[in-house]
Design a protein around this ligand. Structure first.
Ligand SMILES: Nc1ncnc2c1ncn2[C@@H]1O[C@H](COP(=O)(O)OP(=O)(O)OP(=O)(O)O)[C@@H](O)[C@H]1O
Ligand SMILES: O=c1[nH]c(=O)c2[nH+]cn([C@@H]3O[C@H](COP(=O)(O)O)[C@@H](O)[C@H]3O)c2[nH]1
Ligand SMILES: NC(=O)CC[C@H](N)C(=O)O
Ligand SMILES: [Mg+2]
Length: 520
């Protein structure tokens, strides 16, 4: 997406496989500049089209002198925009501009004491002469060549920060994006404010204003927008933004796909009625969804079929909405990244989010996704800014594929009902313990595993339920919630006693990574 407005010129964060790419993007956004993560093979020509304010080269696990190590287009250094290389990114920049990189005599991991050589340098403005930084490297720039000046050192890393003499290219061997580098935010801020002259105008208010203008430019006066509404935060915020731009030309469609949680359909219809004056249509589509999923156990296949069936339902509904040329969804940045990214995004596909990788090639609508560049916590702030109530803004997310990706193996109405009952008991216990708002997302998963038990002196051989609860802000990384044992005990007892077909309950203690939040 080209961004002609200079206030929106992105900071491109080039991904070389660092664990911290997301964190770099978030730190930039915290300084009110718009960060966008891009693949390392982005061409200089495409970069020019994106009209970036600056480029940040991330760290990464490779060594620049290895065969096949990821590199960037050397043309990036010719664009004339400021470039900041971090760790691997610094090594790459120095190598590309005449330096050499070698293994360090000893790797440097964790805290190091940085000595800043010159305080008049913009990058280190107001940073103390000696400060702690966080390092994680086994290679370093051995010789930066004649064109770089040294800005800072540590006892084992003589070139801990460098600046090119004639181009706006900077390199730092340490990681400013992690919390263990106390002046890291200031150093990144110096790069943005003093070197890139960022005006810090990427704020939520400005985002709303720009989105409203963009939506009005795209949607003509006789066009209407079908907005997929799920009852989750993202689609509620997307709908509110669209309603602000287009008023009654937005028609919200909530699909009951038969994969919803207990009571969800009524709760969504009620919450919507109370907080919006846009039209809401509730479509019962249980039958086509269950038919599409019949006999399917592969997780990606499930997501693709669900994505397609959603679109079929939206198309059918659009037949009775004259001028319905657009389909709006509450797609977020993590949905896009984890589905394999867009044209410029990093490549690995973790799972096809039904609303991105699961869409059919022939959509039959033009897509409007006003939140496509935002993280979850940013969407929540946007929702509050748009006046949505706390109860909606802080709802746990619920995936569009719903219980289908929590019912492992093949799906049928009976297995879904077992899962629905167990899930509702777990959520009820969480609510009673006053912990629902404290955890980010909680649910039950039905495992296609049978185990032996003993109930009422008899042998049982039934299915197992896994309970999952996670803590996270942005849903890109997550830790499992340390729930009280008593609460888990109550949920387990109630589930085994009252849900027919379940004789074992386990609690999932896997963080993300290495797990994902959902099991499929
Ligand atoms: N049952 C549904 N009916 C209509 N549209 C849906 C439904 N479920 C999902 N969608 C569409 O798919 C998009 C992505 O779903 P997703 O679950 O990521 O977002 P959300 O439901 O809006 O928010 P949350 O992540 O908080 O659940 C939604 O924003 C919505 O446009
Ligand atoms: O609308 C959605 N369609 C999907 O296909 C989908 N897959 C995962 N999720 C939700 O995304 C967040 C991250 O989940 P994962 O760690 O499992 O990828 C969690 O909040 C998940 O519930 C989805 N939401
Ligand atoms: N964290 C990094 O970017 C490491 C870069 C490179 N692999 C090194 O060991 O020095
Ligand atoms: Mg949802």
């Amino acid at each position: 997406m080209e961004r002609p407005d200079p206030a929106d010129r992105p900071i491109l964060v080039v991904d070389f496989g660092s664990q911290y790419v997301q964190l770099i993007a978030r730190r930039v956004r915290e300084r009110h500049a718009f960060a966008r993560i891009v693949r390392h093979d982005l061409t200089a020509e495409r970069a020019r089209e994106l009209n970036p304010m600056a480029i940040i080269l991330s760290g990464g696990p490779s060594s620049v002198y290895e065969q096949g190590a990821p590199r960037c287009d050397p043309g990036l250094f010719e664009l004339g925009v400021p470039i900041l290389g971090i760790c691997y990114g610094m090594q790459l920049a120095c190598e590309a501009l005449g330096g050499t990189v070698r293994p360090c005599p000893a790797g440097e991991y964790g805290r190091a004491e940085l000595k800043v050589l010159d305080h008049s340098e913009d990058l280190f403005h107001a940073v103390p002469e000696s400060t702690t930084v966080w390092m994680s490297h086994a290679d370093q720039v051995h010789d930066a060549g004649p064109d770089f000046v040294t800005l800072a050192t540590t006892s084992t890393c003589p070139l801990a920060a460098v600046r090119h003499k004639t181009r706006p290219v900077y390199g730092i061997q340490f990681h400013p994006e992690v919390a263990h580098t106390p002046y890291g935010a200031l150093i990144l801020g110096n790069f943005l404010d003093r070197i890139c002259h960022s005006r810090g105008t990427w704020t939520m208010e400005a985002f709303i204003e720009r989105s409203v203008v963009e939506i009005r430019e795209r949607v003509g006066p006789s066009d209407r927008v079908v907005c997929g509404l799920s009852g989750g935060v993202d689609s509620a915020v997307a709908a509110a933004l669209l309603a602000k731009a287009l008023g009654p030309r937005v028609v919200c469609v909530f699909v009951d796909n038969g994969l919803l949680r207990a009571g969800e359909r009524n709760a969504v219809a009620e919450a919507f009625g109370a907080h919006s004056n846009a039209e809401l249509r509730v479509v019962d589509a249980t039958e086509p969804f269950l038919r599409a999923l019949d006999g399917v156990s592969d997780p990606q296949e499930k997501r693709i079929r669900i994505g397609h069936t959603f679109v079929d339902v939206f198309r059918e509904e659009a037949k009775s909405i004259p001028g319905a040329r657009f389909l709006a969804q509450g797609t977020l940045y993590p949905d896009v990244i984890e589905s394999g990214g867009d044209r410029d995004g990093p490549a690995a596909t973790i799972k096809h989010h039904h609303n991105v990788g699961g869409l059919p090639a022939e959509l039959g609508f033009e897509l409007i996704e006003p939140l496509r560049d935002l993280f979850k916590d940013e969407v929540r702030r946007l929702g509050l800014e748009l006046g949505l109530p706390d109860s909606l803004v802080w709802r746990h997310p619920f995936p569009g594929p719903g219980l289908a990706v929590r019912c492992l193996g093949t799906i049928n109405a009976e297995r879904l009902e077992v899962l629905r009952q167990a899930d509702s008991i777990f959520l009820d216990e969480l609510r009673k313990a006053g912990l629902e708002r404290q955890v980010a997302q909680a649910f039950a998963v039905l495992l296609p595993v049978q185990s032996v038990g003993v109930m009422g002196d008899g042998r049982t051989y039934e299915n197992a339920i896994a309970l999952r609860s996670v803590d996270t802000d942005d849903f890109m990384t997550a830790d499992w919630s340390r729930l009280p044992h008593d609460l888990l005990a109550r949920a387990s007892t109630r589930i085994i006693n009252s849900v027919k077909g379940i004789n074992r309950v386990v609690y999932d203690v896997t963080s993300k990574p290495p797990g994902t939040i959902e099991w499929e």
